[in-house]
Design a protein around this ligand. Structure first.
Ligand code: G
Ligand code: G
Ligand code: MN
Ligand code: NA
Length: 253
């Protein structure tokens, strides 16, 4: 209850910021996109991790308001990039409750229109578990979202309850290989085989694939050798504030 009240206050008081983590094409070292990751800077507690407050926001329903704020901020960020001629994709995490919300599609339509963002720049990240509950409803919601022109990513792929036959029925565009599979490459041969299999399957299904949690050059080389070129992780950059992006570009180029 304490944190619920704090969260309500924080939303009113605008204590949140979004950090952006680059997604890099490892062949060209160009930034192709960013994942938007929310941060709570509490006036006395300091930074509070989303792993702590997103579940509470989700349980209390505050995620709907907070999630709407993230969508708006991320779209406005994408427009600022476009104004600098940077055609980057922006990945936005949706929580289960947001995804199920009947207002999500009209809300996103409104934000796209008001911000002026190109809808095709937006990638919405969902997890497998969010799709597996009510499959027909999920498919219908995905079709409505895709009709707005956005793309759909499956986040943390391989960690949830996934069914390959369902995966084919869902109109999704991108698989994000979970960082738990990437982290022990090249020591763990099982993880290497799983990662290679996910990439191969994505190719067969004509899905794009992004590897998460990439921290070493060996991991990047392994991924390249298995035809996965878009990578995200501390090797290139942690999530950073918009203010710190110029320094990141300077480092990459
Ligand atoms: O950036 P970090 O590793 O601290 O993120 C922790 C978790 O919080 C991740 O699972 C991430 O998907 C989630 N998260 C970060 N930002 C958002 C957000 O804006 N909305 C939702 N629903 N989850 C987020
Ligand atoms: O669940 P999701 O994939 O959205 O979570 C993203 C989280 O992973 C963020 O909290 C982000 O800070 C974290 N993260 C991003 N890159 C790396 C990395 O290279 N290593 C580790 N350990 N965590 C990472
Ligand atoms: Mn994510
Ligand atoms: Na993930």
């Amino acid at each position: 209850l304490f944190i619920e009240n704090e969260l309500r206050h924080a939303i009113r008081d605008k204590q949140f910021v979004i950090h952006y983590q680059p997604q890099v094409d490892s062949r060209t070292l160009q930034v192709v996109g960013y994942e938007a990751l929310i941060r709570w800077f509490h006036p006395t507690e300091g930074m509070i991790s989303p792993t702590k407050f997103i579940p509470i926001a989700e349980a209390t329903g505050l995620i709907v308001e907070l999630g709407a704020w993230v969508l708006k901020e991320a779209c406005e960020f994408a427009v600022r990039l476009a104004n600098q001629n940077l055609k980057n994709n922006i990945s936005i995490n949706l929580s289960a409750r947001q995804f199920k919300d009947a207002n999500l599609v009209p809300l996103l339509a409104k934000i796209i229109k008001q911000s002026g963002v190109e809808a095709k720049r937006l990638h919405l990240e969902l997890t497998e578990s969010m799709l597996m509950g009510h499959v027909e409803a999920a498919i219908a919601q995905l079709h409505q979202l895709k009709a707005l022109g956005v793309s759909i990513s499956i986040d943390d792929f391989g960690t949830g309850y996934s069914s390959l036959s369902y995966l084919k029925r869902f109109p999704v565009d991108i698989l994000k290989v979970d960082r738990s599979f990437v982290k022990d490459i090249p020591q763990d041969t099982n993880d290497m085989e799983i990662t290679a299999a996910i990439i191969a399957m994505a190719q067969k299904l004509k899905l794009n694939v992004v590897a998460e949690g990439v921290e070493t050059i060996e991991q990047i080389e392994f991924l390249q050798n298995n035809n996965c070129y878009i990578v995200q992780g501390y090797y290139f950059s942690p999530p950073v504030s918009e203010h710190d992006l110029p320094a990141l570009y300077a480092k990459l180029n």
